[in-house]
Design a protein around this ligand. Structure first.
Ligand code: PEP
Ligand code: MG
Length: 318
């Protein structure tokens, strides 16, 4: 099967009815960029920068180390866009043992991702400067995780402006970036209109969106059977986010595990999704689904699936 799929490497991802689909890679380290290109990705849709921060016994990477790492990823993609997400540590990705001390607290609901960044301005500005500098070497999108409040959005934007001013004052070169937000908390999905006032693009993080919508800890094996990407509430939040972005002509991608699940490709196409970001190993299998799909015909079917009490039942029959 892998051998057959390899033939699709240079085939453009276009549906039978001519819809162009963007298939992007999720990466964890700069070295993964080459693998992403070889796997057929047309860009990096999610560079999880926290992997540069983890397992260092609390010593965080400085601006130069980060700049070189982001630059390596950008250069590795050879002119294709790289979406760099600012650190998302705290929950399933503790920095080190010290972050696991508060075992009585729930890290998924705590000082995680952008909350952690805004709580440590020097650390956040260091990362923002490093990303802006890497953008001088190729197309970079800056992606912010776990935003919930308009106030957090404004605070984040002010920090990005400040990082630019600091680089200007130091006479250091940097490039332009498009700025996007993850939609991965139900509250964010319900106020997409607010996000669209501020951001150039959105990326739907279904791994967390499912966890927070269904109240299922994504790391707890004992409730893993209840972690359901096809719960109608999850589907509605995903579909609404896509629809609102499309209505305003704003790019929207999906970068959770759902994007690389071939059994969900047709449903997501039917919801209007045109950009998928996934583990590079999934790209050709998803492309095969795209090539076989008639996106226009999937729209009505997707509406029916979403209206079901248990969409998972119809999906297994389909
Ligand atoms: C997500 O939440 O869907 C996502 C892509 O981010 P992460 O899995 O890194 O939390
Ligand atoms: Mg997430």
């Amino acid at each position: 099967e892998r051998g057959r799929l390899t033939r699709l490497l240079h085939t453009p991802a276009v549906t039978m009815d001519g819809q162009k689909i963007e298939l992007l890679a999720n990466i964890e380290m700069p070295e993964d960029a080459l693998g992403a290109v070889l796997a057929g990705a047309v860009g990096v849709g999610l560079f999880r920068s926290e992997f540069l921060f983890m397992g260092r016994n609390g010593r965080l990477p400085n601006e130069e180390e980060q700049y070189l790492a982001y630059r390596r990823a950008v250069e590795g993609m050879q002119g294709l866009p790289v979406t760099i997400r600012t650190v998302d540590v705290g929950a399933d990705k503790p920095l080190d043992e010290s972050q696991q001390d508060n075992a009585h607290l729930n890290p998924a609901l705590g000082l995680r991702a952008i909350r952690w960044s805004l709580a440590d301005p020097a650390m956040f500005l260091t990362q923002l400067r490093a990303i802006l500098r890497a953008a001088a070497h190729g197309p970079v999108n800056l992606l912010i995780p776990m935003l919930v409040h308009a106030g957090e959005i404004r605070h984040t934007m002010a920090m990005i402006d400040r990082a630019r001013v600091e680089l200007d004052n130091r006479g250091i070169a940097y490039g332009p970036v498009k700025i996007g937000a993850m939609i991965e908390v139900p509250a964010a999905a319900l106020i997409v209109k607010v996000f669209l006032k501020y951001f150039d693009f959105l990326s739907i993080g279904t791994n967390d969106l499912i966890q927070y919508t269904l109240a299922i800890d994504r790391t707890d094996e004992s409730v893993a059977h209840l972690y359901d990407p096809l719960h109608p509430a999850v589907l509605r939040l995903v579909a609404q986010t896509i629809a609102e972005c499309r209505a305003q002509g704003k790019p929207v991608s999906l970068c959770g595990e759902m994007a690389g699940d071939v059994s969900l490709t047709r449903l997501l196409l039917g919801m209007g999704l045109r950009s998928f970001s996934m583990h590079p190993a999934q790209i050709l299998a998803v492309k095969q689904e795209v090539l076989r799909a008639d996106a226009g015909k999937l729209t009505a079917w997707a509406q029916q699936v979403m209206a079901d009490d248990e969409p998972g039942l119809r999906m297994t029959r389909h």
